[in-house]
Design a protein around this ligand. Structure first.
Ligand code: NAP
Length: 277
């Protein structure tokens, strides 16, 4: 039996085992997906012992997506561009990939039928998830990407990095929500954790939202954040991050097994898991 799993801290809330184990069962692959909660000092020895432990592949979550990079032998072009890996394939070497951004894009393009090319995009947050999402979006040649993070150094750093890789895209790090030109935007993305807790403040005033705007919240628990509720009231199209979670998992599955992931089976497993949250 092959072993796959998720490393991070915390990991107990993860819906990934449901998706991957359903896919293994469906395809009659003799494998299991497990959770590995690691303390920071455990990361290096754990990665060094993957072959001994007969672990064939891993997902990586907070806070280790960047920290794993020095221990990997090889990084995909996308993981290099993003600066983080969420997927490791164990062969004779440790190969790193990032499927977060591609998972987001697949959800946006296929399920939401939104083509980013030539569009104006606002991104709230400049942390790990924002880096993954913005890098794949910039490859699609949007007209403009405006970024806001409460930590100015992070939004300035991300804007600089993207500008140097995508000089044709108009990329601005805004110092305030007001400076984001949300009224002229086609896609608004929340890549901050604001909205996960009921006590979280409203991220953006409803008056800035408009019909014709697609509002994408990377948060999927709760399934409707204050931002999405407010956007729905305003007549915007909305989506939460469940589709991104599904498609990043499907892509990781394919990287590990070289088999096309049974996306519908994984989607159903995820749906059941979310109902229990
Ligand atoms: P992160 O690395 O901590 O980044 C979040 C960023 O947002 C930080 O730079 C943070 O600044 C900033 N921020 C906090 N409050 C803000 C505000 N009011 N306005 C603007 N920026 C603000 O977190 P992450 O890993 O990128 O995750 C972000 C969210 O995406 C989480 O809710 C996570 O669950 C979700 N996510 C979803 C998926 C999916 O598959 N759907 C995948 C990955 C992540 P400070 O650090 O200064 O607070």
């Amino acid at each position: 039996m092959k072993t796959y799993g998720l490393i991070g801290s915390p990991v107990s809330h993860s819906l990934s085992p449901l998706m991957h184990n359903a896919a293994f069962r469906h395809l009659k692959i003799d494998a299991e997906y497990r959770l590995f909660e690691l303390k920071e000092q455990e990361l290096k020895p754990f990665l060094a012992s993957l072959k001994v432990k007969a672990i064939s592949g891993l997902n990586v979550t907070v806070p280790y997506k960047e920290q794993v990079i020095p221990y990997l032998d090889n990084l995909s072009a996308e993981a290099k561009l993003i600066g983080a890996a969420n997927t490791i394939k164990v062969t004779d070497r440790l190969e790193g990939f990032n499927t977060d951004g591609a998972g987001f894009l697949q959800h946006v393009r296929e399920d939401l039928e939104f083509n980013p090319q030539g569009k104006s995009i606002v991104l709230l947050g400049a942390g790990g998830a924002a880096k993954a999402v913005s890098a794949v979006l910039c490859k699609e040649k949007p007209k403009a990407l405006n970024i806001f993070d409460i930590d100015k150094d992070k939004s300035n750093g991300l804007a600089r990095h993207l500008k140097s890789n995508f000089p044709e895209v108009e990329i601005i790090a805004s110092g305030s929500i007001a400076g984001l030109s949300v009224e002229k935007t086609d896609l608004l993305i929340n890549a901050t954790p604001i909205g996960m807790k009921e006590t979280d403040p409203e991220l953006i005033g409803q008056s800035l939202l408009h019909k014709g705007l697609l509002v994408y919240d990377l948060i999927y628990n709760p399934k409707e954040t204050k931002l999405l509720k407010s956007a729905l009231e305003k007549g915007c199209r909305v989506a939460n991050g469940l589709g991104m979670l599904l498609y990043q998992a499907a892509r990781s599955f394919q990287i590990w097994t070289d088999v096309l992931a049974p996306v519908e089976v994984m989607r159903q497993a995820l749906k059941k898991g979310v109902e229990k949250l």
